[in-house]
Design a protein around this ligand. Structure first.
Ligand SMILES: Cc1cc2nc3c(=O)[nH]c(=O)nc-3n(C[C@H](O)[C@H](O)[C@H](O)COP(=O)(O)O)c2cc1C
Length: 187
């Protein structure tokens, strides 16, 4: 059975982002093992540029980032409400920690033979600010974790939540079905 890691950047367990995550889970939970990490609840600190990874393999901070580094999942879901055009701050903190991979490669020539993954991006927004920077941040995370992300196949969004909350957004089902189909879970 394939494993899916969900990085949930929403502070609300009953909000728009969590609703979409619950619908995605509902669709696949008998086919995939699911682990979910909430950025607001998890013990993951932001990178503070200590430069450990410029001289040593890995990271100086010992926290729940281990779950991400474990690299035992084939599907990576990045889910977030848009805050100031970007992902939420705690999720962005998690993404900053991925810089270790870049430093290890650049300074130590250390390559990580990461499991090839499929990336899914879930974004919600009220409609008062573009999601472009959030997409860029997610793309960076997918790149650093070796996840292939195709915005035409695995991007699930509800970006007008002030008018249409995600739970009333009819397009969500269509986007989830398309994303799940592209995961080829039968293989
Ligand atoms: C601090 C803050 C900044 C926000 N910035 C944006 C934004 O730039 N663009 C946007 O469309 N919505 C923005 N929103 C609205 C949320 O993204 C939106 O309400 C979302 O549906 C909340 O999802 P949740 O219920 O999963 O928390 C912002 C909300 C907050 C609290």
């Amino acid at each position: 059975m394939k494993k899916m890691l969900i990085l949930n950047g929403s502070p609300h367990s009953n909000g728009d982002t969590s609703y979409i995550i619950s619908k995605l889970k509902e669709k696949i939970n008998d086919k995939v093992e699911i682990v979910e990490l909430n950025a607001y609840k998890s013990n993951i600190k932001p990178c503070f540029d200590c430069r450990y990874c410029c001289k040593n393999e890995g990271c100086s901070i010992d926290d729940d980032m281990k779950i991400i580094w474990k690299d035992d999942y084939e599907i990576l879901v990045i889910a977030s409400p848009v805050y100031m055009y970007n992902v939420t701050p705690p999720l962005f903190s998690i993404i900053t920690r991925l810089n270790m991979r870049w430093c290890n490669k650049h300074f130590l020539n250390k390559e990580y033979s990461s499991v090839t993954k499929k990336g899914i991006l879930i974004l919600t927004g009220s409609g008062y600010g573009k999601p472009d920077n959030a997409i860029d941040s997610a793309n960076r995370a997918f790149e650093f974790l070796n996840a292939e992300f195709n915005i035409n196949d695995t991007y699930i969004y509800s970006l007008n939540t002030d008018t249409i909350p995600a739970k009333n957004d009819k397009n969500i089902k269509v986007l989830i079905d398309k994303a799940v189909k592209s995961l080829n879970l039968m293989n």
